[in-house]
Design a protein around this ligand. Structure first.
Ligand SMILES: C[S@@+](CC[C@H](N)C(=O)[O-])C[C@H]1O[C@@H](n2cnc3c(N)ncnc32)[C@H](O)[C@@H]1O
Length: 483
């Protein structure tokens, strides 16, 4: 085993108190220990510049240490009070949006300098696109049931029924969400404690993660901003199904949400893993419809519990507008041409490009068969011609279709967080497109791919950032590459 390099500043397991001075990409606060021996860097995720924090050292190397946040000892002067319940999914909610934007922009551009080797990245920077709504912007939430609850007053775990989110940094312990978190639908979250009380009164057990047993597992909610309707999915295990009052449960939701209630599903998940939906296990409709309709840039989409859909539709519209504007900037490479939409998901980008061009042929490829089915249905519903969708791995698809080499002028790429596998990227490069519009939800992998694209003769022309998830560390980037 390689020997870990030691440092003279901190030891693994040690508790330290440190002032956070800076922000690194991905939501890590940076602290510095200074001594005559030099400067030592400490990363503490989910912290803000200006905070004094207690942290535990998890990993060390010669020049830096990675820590886990234990407690914020003193808040930063920049933090503001919020009327929302704080949740692990929104670690930066107390930081004013302008500062969140500034940190996200600086740390992302820095990545492209360091990993992508684009030294003049500031000159390529085009626009920072904010989310139209900074609060209550999500259209989906997954609340977990837990038999172990974290009590913030007692500062310990207690054996009690909980419904909400996992306590940050644990897999076994939940926290109750008692009111609006500021991220999803206020009415749903304000009513969550009533739903919890109904479930608790049934006497059936919530999921006990260490023992891997219990009846109640998840409550998933999807919302349409177009119709303001809500679709719920109660996920449970199967043995106690006959003991649960599903009619009473449905009645409660009708009373709480009235006209807003589109439907309620019940899904069985007997698998012990932490996933909401089991690969096995069935779903049945308890009430109403199993789909809701959403509208995006004038196009209509049918959304079921399983389909992928952008989580912040209003910000997704802005993201798509930017992607399409980069693609259509040179209409001569689109009109009457074949355009590839790789990693196309439900095919939204390809459909928008098709609807705004003349005789373009869009080829959409995604590995998830159900997403491709939705893409085809959505294209039919929106009466969009000239689109073809394929359920396949992008690398395999390009192997099996050498006829496209040299025939494509514009490629749109929107890979998942892991980025594009280097082998697949080489195949994409071999298509010989003049232009690539590369969308990424993980700029770190995009910065890595940028270096490979530059080596292959592409130039990074422009880059825009889209803040789809305010109060989190996430940021999306749209980069335009040209030969
Ligand atoms: C960020 S999403 C794309 C979203 C899509 N552009 C949209 O706007 O709806 C990334 C997509 O990559 C797909 N994917 C991941 N690995 C893949 C592979 N090897 N080949 C094809 N598609 C893949 C995922 O199924 C997912 O739909």
């Amino acid at each position: 085993m390689p020997r870990r390099e030691r440092n003279k500043f901190v030891k693994r397991g040690e508790h330290i108190e440190i002032l956070i001075e800076d922000y690194a990409f991905g939501g890590k606060g940076i602290g510095r220990i200074r001594s005559e021996e030099g400067e030592f860097v400490v990363f503490v995720p989910n912290t803000l510049p200006g905070q004094l924090v207690k942290a535990q050292v998890k990993k060390t190397s010669k020049r830096y240490a990675e820590c886990k946040l234990l407690e914020v000892v003193k808040h930063a002067d920049t933090e503001v009070e919020m009327p929302y319940q704080s949740i692990p999914g929104a670690p930066y909610i107390k930081l004013p949006l302008e500062l969140q934007h500034q940190y996200k922009k600086e740390s992302t551009l820095e990545l492209f300098k360091r990993i992508g080797k684009v030294s003049d990245i500031e000159e390529k920077f085009d626009e920072f696109i904010a989310s139209p709504g900074a609060f209550h912007y999500r259209n989906k939430m997954e609340y977990g049931f837990s038999a172990i609850r974290y009590d913030h007053e007692l500062k310990t775990d207690v054996d009690e029924f909980a419904l909400g989110f996992k306590k940050r940094g644990t897999w076994w312990c939940g926290e109750n969400l008692d009111k609006d978190s500021g991220l999803f639908d206020k009415e749903v979250e304000d009513h969550l404690k009533t739903i919890r009380a109904f479930c608790e009164e049934s006497g059936l057990a919530p999921w006990h993660a260490p023992r891997k047993e219990g009846f109640f597992r998840f409550l998933v909610v999807r919302k349409s901003y177009h119709t303001n309707q809500l679709l719920f999915n109660l996920v449970t295990t199967s043995p106690d199904i006959p003991k649960f009052d599903f009619d009473g449960f449905t009645q409660l939701f009708k009373e709480l949400f009235g006209e807003r209630l589109a439907g309620i599903l019940h899904t069985i998940n007997d698998e012990t893993g932490d996933r909401t939906l089991a690969t096995t296990g069935s779903s049945r409709l308890l009430y109403g419809e199993e789909k809701i309709i959403e509208e995006l840039l004038g196009l209509r989409f049918e959304i079921s519990m399983k389909s992928f859909f952008q989580t912040n539709p209003a910000a997704a519209e802005r993201l798509y507008e930017k992607v399409v504007s980069y693609a259509l900037e040179r209409k001569d490479t689109i009109d009457g041409k074949i355009v590839m939409d790789l990693f196309c998901g439900t095919g939204t980008i390809g459909q928008i490009v098709a609807s705004r061009s003349t005789d373009a042929q869009i080829i959409g490829v995604d590995i998830v068969a159900s997403a491709i089915e939705d893409a085809k249905k959505n294209a039919n519903r929106n009466q969009i011609n000239g689109v073809q969708f394929f359920a396949a791995d992008v690398g395999k698809f390009l192997n099996e279709h050498p006829e496209y080499q040299g025939k494509i002028e514009t490629i749109i790429l929107d890979p998942a967080r892991a980025g594009i596998a280097p082998k697949t990227l080489r195949k994409v490069i071999r298509l010989g497109a003049e232009r690539m519009v590369y969308v990424s939800c993980n700029p770190a992998t995009q910065a890595r791919d940028t270096e490979q694209l530059i080596e292959a003769g592409y130039t990074l022309k422009k880059i825009s950032l889209v803040d789809q998830f305010p109060h989190t560390a996430h940021i999306e980037t749209i980069a335009l590459f040209e030969k």
